[in-house]
Design a protein around this ligand. Sequence first.
Ligand SMILES: [Zn+2]
Length: 203
Amino acid sequence: MKETTLRIRFLGDPVLRKKSTPVKHITPDHRDILSKMAQLMYESDGIGLAAPQVGINEAMIVADVGNSSLYKLINPKIVKKEGSQVTEEGCLSLPGVCIKVKRARKVIVRAQDELAQTLTLEAEGLLACVFQHEIEHLKGKLIVDYASFFQRLKIKKKLEELKNASTLLSISTRSILSEQSESKERSNEELPESKTKSCKLQL
Ligand SMILES: [Zn+2]
């Protein structure tokens, strides 16, 4: 697990799709990773970051929505959801992509802190959104999964340009594109607003 320098992983990296394992024994290594994740989140102007985004499939997240509270959570789980909200979310692993995601407005999260103390956190609004986004990262789920089929194709095409996008991803995108091009006309009106600009919220 020991990683000295962390870097953000992008869509196409299999680590983002793997389910993270729970952390059984919290060690100084975990605390070190969490500090580095927080540092990387701040450097990247993000408000949340999950361990798979730095190549580690262990259940850890960090979040700071700018109210001077940095959360470093281990084994976070949502135990209660209430209401709904729609937010335009970006993701540090999907640069330049912005997708409207409907989530609960209020959540209760149970987690452990760096010292293995159990925490119960109540979050609302933006913080609730961040917790839900990051916890989904631990399940291998990404905001691109909320996009329509055609919006997804657009995003994949865009991400092909990324240095780290795998060859496999671009090949499969191209073949899907050629297969589906005839039905594109019909579904165009259902497309949500094209979101290719960079998003304000990076998680
Ligand atoms: Zn993300």
